[in-house]
Ligand binder design. Structure first.
Ligand code: ADP
Ligand code: MG
Length: 752
């Protein structure tokens, strides 16, 4: 069993509209000949980092080339009985789904999944003397929960199970036998619909869930050989959740928790990769997440694996791109030991074949004419079922006619004989139906088993065969060219790494200048390498501290939640009850969750009984609250023993106040009075002459001024009391002149 490394390819998507319109710099250079990706540091454009991979694709790459070069060989090996996994890793929006699914309505832009369908069914159609059974399942892992995307209830959580024969599997996962590309595409479409309806926002959801499309191909020879081994190849096509840091998306609260679970499975994937690459302590933490458990065989197991790392070219994604490249670069060193799955216990093909054989045998049994009294041996089996039932039917019909024509029989006897005959005919009819059912069941089962050409070789020479052969030869040549290119890339990469490492101390120099030049060149190279290693170290430091911060934030959120739950438990669950629940708790290793064992042995807590003075069981606190002076402050017990009925609202019997109506003449007078067109207001009085308000104000002011200007004499009080200074109502003297209005003086306290 030879080991091989995980194949890692990198694909850089084109700049999108937003990036172009906002003039982001392109910081990724794809070098397909060398299989290298160069990434420039946006802050220091003269520095760059370079990573090499098995194959790299730039923005001009097309889906067909990608499939033919990088995925076809893997699907071919699945058809031979190996397990294979293709997974797309990268930041959201870098083209994982585009690579895996592509654009549904555009055949040129079909992704790996639909192309693999065509590939598998074409291969089967062109096969010779081989029988195949193809099954498909589709699941997603969302927030560490497995959901079957093609079941009737896609929201139901499924469990992971493990058994020594089949390894890790998803219990109750539905799988559909597919006979054609159309049927398997239907499975994919149904799954995709369920994936989108499960979320409020398709993109948000899909970038947070891992989707796995599983194809199982079972096959065996149907030639002459008795010992036909069944081989089973499983293909996992995985579209992973976006690998971006969740702090960048501003996640908080539930979203952060959700993100932490996604990060958990992606970081578990990272840890598995690191553990497999370092291989120091032998423990690989597959059990840390559902994703890694499901992909256990694909990472360090018996699978062939291709990882496609998707990146974007724009400068604002520098950190994510670098992280993806680093992740992918580490995954290159994982070693798998692929092996063919021969005659596994769970092969469905074997049970199909056995069932078909059983049904055929039972059909043959049924075809055998039942012995009649006096008849020895079996009926001629070579006769078809229809022949002998037809014969028997004819015999019965003849018998019926004989009975009817037989005049020696009395009526009762004849009826009896006819009844027996009718029963026989019924029995015969039901047997025939039974056989037809069996035949159609065999047909249905056989139709699920796919076979290419049986007993036909291309030497037979039809035009179709010749064309197919030519196509195969062409395809083989194409694969050969791809393989040569791959080897070329590999050799180039090896040479480059040797060139960097080897320092030729034995170099002979003819002149000092030559030696200086050589060593300067070497020094420059070494300096550049040193710089890049230093940069790498600082990047890694930053990355680790960022991850640590994120984990701390998540831990903080989770701790808060835990504290809240503990608080609720300590305040609301009685200690006795808590103790009993704790004693019933047990951890299920297989299902990875805590379970409560049955409560049979747990005695029930005594219930508080109602006293004869109370209507219902009443707590001490409630009694205390009721007896408190201000019982209204205990809002909970305010309505104790009071019927709460909604009020009957009485009919309204009053009216809003509306002022009396004003007569038009009065309204006109009021309007005129309020208009104040003239400042002069005439006051009519029977006692006093009419006064012009202007002249009144003027004279009043004048008098006031005179009073102010007059020097204050000592006898001013006398002046005030002088008899000439008499008081007139409202300051008007009887002669018509206006006197200053006297201010009413306080009379002080008047004794009563
Ligand atoms: P992801 O699944 O990684 O979140 P998508 O596959 O949804 O990303 O790709 C985001 C957008 O970028 C889509 O509109 C897709 O058509 C486009 N895109 C991605 N990769 C390519 C590519 N190689 N060529 C052209 N368009 C691409
Ligand atoms: Mg996607």
């Amino acid at each position: 069993m030879s080991a091989e490394t995980v194949k890692v390819i990198v694909r850089c998507r084109p700049m999108n509209e937003k990036e172009t319109s906002e003039n982001y710099e392109r910081i990724v250079n794809v070098l397909p000949k060398r299989g290298a990706i160069e990434i420039l540091t946006p802050t220091k454009p003269q520095t760059s980092r370079e990573f090499t991979f098995d194959c790299v694709y730039d923005s001009t790459s097309n889906q067909k080339d990608l499939y033919d070069e990088s995925f076809k060989p893997l699907v071919d090996s699945v058809l031979q009985g190996y397990n294979g996994t293709i997974f797309a890793y990268g930041q959201t929006g870098t083209g994982k789904t585009y690579t895996m699914e592509g654009v549904a309505k555009d055949p040129d832009k079909q992704g790996v999944i639909p192309r693999s369908f065509e590939h598998i069914f074409n291969h089967i159609a062109q096969s010779h003397d081989r029988q195949y059974l193809v099954r498909a399942s589709y699941l997603e892992i969302y927030k560490e929960q497995i959901r079957d995307l093609v079941s009737k209830d896609p929201k139901k959580r499924l469990e992971l199970k493990e058994n020594s024969d089949t390894g890790v599997f998803v219990k109750d996962l539905s799988s559909f036998v597919c006979k054609s590309v159309v049927e398997i595409e239907h499975v994919m479409n149904v799954g995709n619909v369920n994936r989108s309806t499960g979320a409020t926002n398709m993109n948000e959801h899909s970038s947070r869930s891992h989707a796995i499309f599983m194809i199982t191909v079972e096959s065996c020879d149907v030639g002459q050989s008795e010992e036909n081994h069944i081989v089973v190849g499983k293909l996992n096509l995985v579209d992973l959740a976006g690998s971006e840091r969740q702090t960048k998306t501003g996640a908080s609260g539930d979203r952060l928790k959700e993100a932490s679970k996604i990060n958990l499975s992606l970081s578990a994937l990272g840890n598995v990769i690191s553990a497999l690459v370092d291989g120091k302590n032998g423990h690989v933490p597959y059990r840390d997440s559902k994703l890694t458990r499901l992909l256990q065989d694909s990472l360090g197991g018996n699978s062939r694996t291709v990882m496609v790392a998707n990146i974007g070219p724009a400068s604002y994604n520098y950190e994510e791109t670098l992280t993806t490249l680093r992740y992918a670069s580490r995954a290159k060193h994982i070693r798998n030991k692929p092996q063919i799955n021969e005659d596994p216990k769970d092969a469905l093909l074997r049970s199909f074949q056995q069932e078909i054989a059983r049904l055929k045998a039972s059909l043959i049994n049924k075809k055998t004419k039942p012995r009649r009294k006096g008849e020895g041996g079996l009926h001629d089996v070579s006769k078809s079922s229809d022949d002998w039932t037809d014969d028997t039917e004819a015999e019965l019909e003849q018998e019926r006619k004989d009975i009817l024509n037989n005049s020696s029989l009395i009526a009762e006897e004849r009826d009896q004989l006819l009844k027996t005959l009718q029963n026989k005919q019924e029995e015969l009819r039901s047997k025939r139906e039974n056989q037809e059912q069996l035949a159609s069941r065999i047909e249905a089962l056989e139709s699920k088993l796919l076979t290419g050409h049986i007993g036909v070789t291309s030497e037979n020479g039809t035009i179709e065969d010749v064309t197919k052969k030519q196509q195969q030869t062409l395809e083989a040549h194409r694969q050969e060219i791809i393989e040569r290119e791959r080897q070329e890339r590999e050799i180039r990469q090896k040479l480059e790494s040797q060139d960097e490492e080897v320092i030729d101390f034995k170099e002979n120099f003819s002149s000092l200048q030559q030696e200086i030049d050589y060593k300067t060149r070497k020094l420059r190279k070494m300096y550049a390498r040193w710089q890049s290693v230093r940069q790498e170290m600082s990047d890694l430091g930053d990355e680790f501290s960022r991850q640590r911060r994120e984990l701390e934030e998540t831990q903080e959120v989770l701790m808060k939640e835990l504290r809240l739950k503990q608080l609720i438990v300590s305040h609301f669950v009685p200690p006795e009850f808590r103790r009993q629940i704790t004693s019933r708790l047990r951890y299920e290793e297989d299902e990875e969750k805590w379970m409560l064992s049955p409560a049979t042995e747990m005695p029930l807590l005594p219930r508080s009984c109602a006293s004869k003075f109370e209507l219902r069981p009443t707590s001490d606190f409630e009694k205390l609250a009721r007896s408190a002076e201000d019982s209204s402050s205990f809002g909970r017990f305010k309505c104790e023993n009071i019927f709460m009925l909604s009020l009957d609202i009485p009919q309204r019997t009053t009216k809003e106040y509306e002022g009396p109506e004003i007569s038009p003449t009065l309204q006109a007078a009021l309007t005129q009075a309020l208009q104040s067109q003239s400042n002069a207001m005439e006051v009519q009085s029977s006692k006093y002459k009419p006064v012009d308000i202007h002249s009144f104000l003027k004279s009043a002011c004048r008098r006031k001024m005179q009073l102010i200007q007059r020097p204050r004499s000592r006898n001013s009080a006398k002046f005030n009391n002088s008899p000439s200074h008499k008081r007139y109502p409202q300051g008007h003297a009887p002669d018509g002149t206006i006197t200053a209005a006297p201010y009413p003086k306080s009379r002080g306290l008047v004794p009563k």
